[in-house]
Write a protein that binds this ligand. Structure first.
Ligand code: HC0
Length: 569
C-alpha cells in the first residue's frame, strides 16, 4: 500500500493507483474529460491537472501513479487557471449550438465547463477546423465540429471492438478523428455498433434519429403503426427518467408507447421465442446431417457486419435465421396483417432497440421478404425517451400496462436474449427438452451468465455431447473466430453478441452505460425472467398457434421465406 497526501489529507491506496484514484478516495472530485476507466487512460485532455510537490509542471492525475509520501494539491489558483485554459481552448474550436445539440441534456464538456465556472471564452475569434458532418450511414452520425479529440471513441473501437474504423488523422490543430483516408463511415469497416456513441462526451458521435418520421406515421390516420420493443430496452429506459440503473420499467414503457399513439404495442421477445424454435431446430438439423459447425447465432447486426467485413470466408457458420427484430417485421406484414385484415401497405412497423446497428439491419436489401420492408423505422432506447419527453408524458406517473396480443406474448427465454449468454441459455432450455423429451429440472444455465470474456461448457443431450461457447464484444468474438479459422474450434454452437454485455450494453442505450451499469441491467433481466409464468420458448402459446395456423413447422418453406436469410461477403 502507498500513503500520500491529497490537499493535506493522508490516504492509503494500493500500489499502482493513480493520483485520480487517490483523490477520489480522499473525497475529492477532479474533473476529467478524456479519461474512461480501463478503456482510455491517456491523459490527453489535461483537464485533470494537479500540482505535485517537487514537480515543476502540473501533472495529469489520471495517468500519474502515486508514490510514497507524495503531496498533491487539487485546488490551487494555478490548477484552476490551467484547467480553465484547457477547457476554454476546447470550447474555442467547438461548434456551440448547445440548445439544439442531441447531447444538450448530458454533455460532459458542458458539465465540466459549468464545474470550472467558465463564463467567457478568451479565444473565440481564433481559427476553427472545418471538417464536415458525416451523414453517410442510416445508423450513426459523425460530427467533427463537436469533437474534442479525447480519443475515447478511438480506444473503444480499436481496443474493445478491434474494428479500428476511426483513427486520429493529421497533427496538432488540424487533427480529426475519422475513418482512415478521411473516408465516410459508410465506406469504412465501421460495424455501426455505436459503442463510440456511448463513450463520446459530446455530440460528436450520435445515432441517426428517426423521431420525426415516426411522429409523421403516428399522425397519419391511414397508417396502422405497430411497435415492438427489444428485450434490453425495459431494463434501461428508466435511467432516462431518473430511475436507478437496472430498474425494470416494462409496464410503464408499454403505457408510454400506447400514450404516444401506437396502434399496437408488441414485443420482440415474442420473435425471440420464435427464433429459438427456428435456430434450435436448425442446430439439431446440422448436428444430425453433418451441416456446417460450429453454428453461430445471427441475431446481433453489429456482429453480422463484423463477420462480413473481417471473416467473410466463415459466413456459412452463421445460422440462417433473421434476427428477432426482422422476423417480427416480416410476420407483422403477413401473419398479423392477414389475421386482422389490414393491408400491409398501411402498416408501419417501428422497433425500439438498444442498438444502433439495428437501424442499418432494417435497411438491408434482403429484409423485404414479405414484399414490404420488414421494419420501417428503428428508434434507440434514447430516442424513445426523447419522444416521451416531447409528448409531455410523465413516465414515472404512468400505471403499468400489458403488451397487446398476439405478438406481445413471450417467455423468460425470449427476455434473456437481452443479456450476453441469453440466446444460448434460451436455446438450451428448448433443445434439451426436445432432444431428451425430459423436463429440465434447473432452467438456469449459470455458465452462460455474466461478463466473463468467453464462456463455455459441454452439454449432455442424452448421450450426445454438445460443446457450446458464448462471447460478447468483438474482441472476444475474434478469439472464437480465429479458432475456427485455424481449424481448432471444439464447439458445435456459439453465441456471439456484438456489444459488451450483450444488448443491455448496446450503442443505443442510455448514457452512461458502463461495466457497473451493464451488470445491474443483466441482474434485472434475470430477475424478470424468474418472475415470468413461462420461461421456455417452446411453451409460448402464441408461437404454438403461429406454427399451427401459419408457418407449419420450424424450417418449413414459409419459415424459410419469411424468417431466414443468407448473408454474403
Ligand atoms: Fe437485442 Fe435481439 S436480443 S439483438 O441484443 O436476438 O438490439 O435487446 O432486440 O433482434 O430479441 C438488440 C436486445 C434484440 C433482436 C432480440 C436478438
Amino acid at each position: 500500500m502507498i500513503n500520500l497526501f491529497i490537499d493535506g489529507k493522508e490516504v492509503e491506496v494500493p500500489e499502482g493507483s493513480t493520483v485520480l484514484q487517490a483523490a477520489e478516495k480522499a473525497g475529492k472530485k477532479i474533473p476529467t474529460l478524456c479519461f474512461l476507466k480501463d478503456i482510455n487512460e491517456i491523459g490527453a485532455c489535461r483537464v485533470c491537472l494537479v500540482e505535485v510537490e517537487g514537480a515543476r509542471n502540473l501533472l495529469a492525475s489520471c495517468v500519474t501513479p502515486v508514490s510514497e509520501g507524495m503531496k498533491v494539491l487539487t485546488n490551487t489558483p494555478r490548477v484552476r487557471r490551467a484547467r480553465k485554459l484547457q477547457v476554454e481552448l476546447l470550447l474555442s474550436n467547438h461548434e456551440m449550438n448547445c440548445p439544439t445539440c442531441i447531447r444538450n441534456g448530458n454533455c460532459e464538456l458542458k458539465q465540466v465547463a459549468e464545474e470550472l465556472g467558465i463564463r467567457e471564452i478568451r479565444f473565440n475569434d481564433g481559427k476553427k477546423t472545418t471538417y464536415s458532418k458525416d451523414n453517410s450511414t442510416p445508423a450513426l452520425i459523425r460530427d467533427p465540429g463537436k469533437c474534442i479529440l479525447c480519443r475515447r471513441c478511438v480506444s473503444v473501437c480499436s481496443n474493445v471492438q478491434t474494428v479500428e474504423a476511426i483513427v486520429p488523422i493529421g497533427r496538432g490543430f488540424d487533427t480529426v478523428i475519422a475513418p482512415s483516408g478521411l473516408k465516410n463511415l459508410a465506406d469504412s469497416p465501421c460495424v455501426k455498433c455505436g459503442q463510440c456513441v456511448l463513450v463520446c462526451p459530446t455530440g460528436a458521435l450520435t445515432e441517426k434519429e428517426y423521431i420525426e418520421e415516426v411522429w409523421a406515421a403516428l399522425d397519419d390516420p391511414k397508417k396502422h403503426v405497430v411497435v415492438q420493443t427489444a428485450p434490453a430496452t425495459r431494463v434501461a429506459i428508466g435511467q432516462e427518467f431518473g430511475y436507478e440503473p437496472g430498474s425494470i420499467n416494462t409496464g410503464q414503457m408499454v403505457a408510454a408507447l400506447r400514450a404516444l399513439g401506437f396502434d399496437r404495442v408488441f414485443d420482440t421477445d415474442f420473435t425471440a421465442d420464435l427464433t429459438i424454435m427456428e435456430e434450435g431446430t436448425e442446430l439439431l438439423h446440422r448436428l444430425k446431417n453433418g451441416g456446417k459447425l460450429p453454428m453461430i447465432t445471427s441475431c446481433s447486426p453489429g456482429w453480422i457486419n463484423f463477420i462480413e467485413t473481417f471473416y467473410g470466408d466463415y459466413i456459412d457458420h452463421l445460422s440462417t435465421c433473421k434476427s428477432p427484430q426482422q422476423m417480427f417485421g416480416a410476420l407483422t406484414k403477413t401473419y398479423y396483417a392477414e389475421k386482422f385484415n389490414i393491408d400491409p401497405a398501411d402498416i408501419v412497423c417501428v422497433s425500439i432497440m438498444p442498438c444502433t446497428a439495428k437501424k442499418f439491419e432494417a435497411r438491408r436489401p434482403e429484409m423485404i421478404s414479405s414484399g414490404y420492408p420488414d421494419v420501417d423505422y428503428v428508434l434507440t432506447t434514447r430516442e424513445l425517451a426523447r419522444m416521451i419527453k416531447q409528448a409531455g408524458i410523465k413516465f414515472d406517473e404512468l400505471e403499468e400496462e400489458e403488451y397487446d396480443e398476439p405478438l406481445g406474448i413471450s417467455t423468460g427465454a425470449g427476455l434473456i436474449f437481452g443479456a450476453t449468454g441469453g440466446v444460448m441459455e434460451a436455446a438450451l432450455r428448448t433443445v434439451y427438452e426436445i432432444v431428451t423429451k425430459k423436463e429440465l429440472e434447473n432452467l438456469e444455465f449459470e455458465f452462460a451468465r455474466g461478463l466473463e470474456d468467453v464462456k463455455e461448457t459441454e452439454i449432455d443431450l442424452d448421450g450426445t455431447k454438445v460443446r457450446v461457447a458464448v462471447a460478447h464484444g468483438l474482441k472476444n468474438a475474434r478469439k472464437l473466430l480465429d479458432q475456427i479459422k485455424n481449424g481448432e474450434s471444439p464447439y458445435h454452437f456459439i453465441e456471439i453478441m456484438c456489444c459488451p454485455g450483450g444488448c443491455i450494453g448496446g450503442g443505443g442505450q442510455p448514457i452512461p452505460t458502463n461495466t457497473e451499469i451493464r451488470q445491474k441491467r443483466i441482474e434485472a433481466i434475470y430477475k424478470e425472467d424468474k418472475n415470468m409464468p413461462l420461461r421456455k420458448s417452446h411453451e409460448n402459446p402464441v408461437v404454438q398457434v403461429l406454427y399451427k395456423d401459419f408457418l407449419g413447422e420450424p424450417l418449413s418453406e414459409k419459415s424459410h421465406q419469411l424468417l431466414h436469410t443468407h448473408y454474403t461477403k
